[in-house]
Design a protein around this ligand. Structure first.
Ligand SMILES: Cc1cc2nc3c(=O)[nH]c(=O)nc-3n(C[C@H](O)[C@H](O)[C@H](O)COP(=O)(O)O)c2cc1C
Length: 301
């Protein structure tokens, strides 16, 4: 899947030679609020070792514009399109979800984990009670598949996942960006206009992998799929996430320097399956071997 905020509203990469929406399982559109938002003051992005900080601040044209003007332009035969619903209040999340429910969108991801807005976002996602209240309220207004995007910026992601599942979430996206900052030593000012930003890219992969492993402890038995994400740039990364418990994987930051990365990842996964005599990726999901007896024993291939 292509991740929210990294592909605009599904049209951006179609201009790149060799790129096709058909090469990915789904595209998550940019975070959408009830009213249009201009986003945060610059700088909004900053490159860090093995990653990037961003604080876009949910710039978007508002849900009406997305539903009426943008969705009709998308070719739903190419792939699945998923909305990313955001809000400052529970009522706003509900209203955005309701509008998307009455549209062609294939699924709705509730973004309770955006670290870059003053109200809403992680203010909901960092507290299991608040997360569950948002999910429960959105669940009441849609029958479309509901994905909850969890925040890594919290003490126990398992408890949050459990509460979101109980509240009616059909799937979990793990993880959103991790809060960070950068300082210009010349001016002694924060580089990011919003002071803090969300860290993404390979720098966060080990953290994301652990969070997927932890969420799988509750989501696995409940048969709730996880969309693993955070720093995936290669087939090996994607496979690691699946072994940790992800049913699907998402790519965001890697697209900025290699828009065709998904074709490479898909080919690499196919090669791994063949090499290991596996018929489907499903056989990899949660296939982590943690018993002492299995240590250092290589598998087939
Ligand atoms: C520039 C940028 C904008 C983003 N905007 C959103 C957003 O609007 N909604 C959201 O849920 N996640 C947003 N994210 C988070 C990504 O969807 C993704 O969860 C995160 O970057 C981790 O994946 P990655 O390391 O492959 O980028 C954004 C990330 C970046 C880099």
């Amino acid at each position: 899947m292509l991740l929210s905020g990294c592909v605009g509203f599904g049209e951006e990469y179609t201009r790149v030679e060799g790129f096709s929406n058909r090469d990915v399982g789904a595209i998550v559109l940019k975070g959408t609020t009830l009213n249009p938002r201009l986003g945060n003051p610059p700088h909004r992005v900053y490159e860090t070792p093995m990653g990037m900080l961003n604080a876009i601040g949910l710039q978007n044209p508002g849900v009406d514009h997305v539903v009426r003007r943008i969705l009709p332009q998308l070719d739903f035969t190419e792939t699945r399109f998923i909305a990313n619903a955001c809000g400052s209040t529970i009522e706003e999340y509900v209203e955005v979800t309701r509008r998307f429910d009455d549209s062609r969108i294939d699924a709705i991801e509730i973004n309770i984990s955006c670290p870059n807005v003053k109200e809403g976002g992680v203010a909901f996602g960092n507290y299991p009670d608040m997360s569950a209240r948002v999910v429960e309220a959105c669940r009441k207004v849609t029958r479309k598949p509901l994905i909850t995007k969890l925040s890594p910026n919290q003490t126990d992601i398992r408890e949050n996942a459990r509460r979101c599942i109980e509240a009616g979430s059909d799937a979990l996206a793990v993880i959103n960006t991790i809060m960070g900052m950068a300082i210009d030593v010349r001016t002694r000012r924060p580089i990011i206009g919003n002071i803090q930003g969300g860290l993404s890219g390979p720098a966060i992969k080990p953290i994301a992998l652990l969070k997927v492993h932890q969420v799988y402890e509750v989501a696995g038995p409940a048969r709730i799929p996880i969309i693993g994400q955070g720093g995936i740039t290669s087939a090996q990364d994607a496979i690691e996430f699946m072994i940790a418990g992800a049913t699907a994987v998402g790519v965001g930051t890697a697209l900025f320097y290699d828009p065709l990365v998904c074709t490479r990842i898909n080919a690499g996964i196919r090669a791994y399956l063949k090499e290991h005599g596996l018929r489907q990726v499903k056989d990899l999901v949660g296939a982590l071997r943690t018993g002492k007896d299995t240590q250092d024993v290589p598998l087939a291939g």
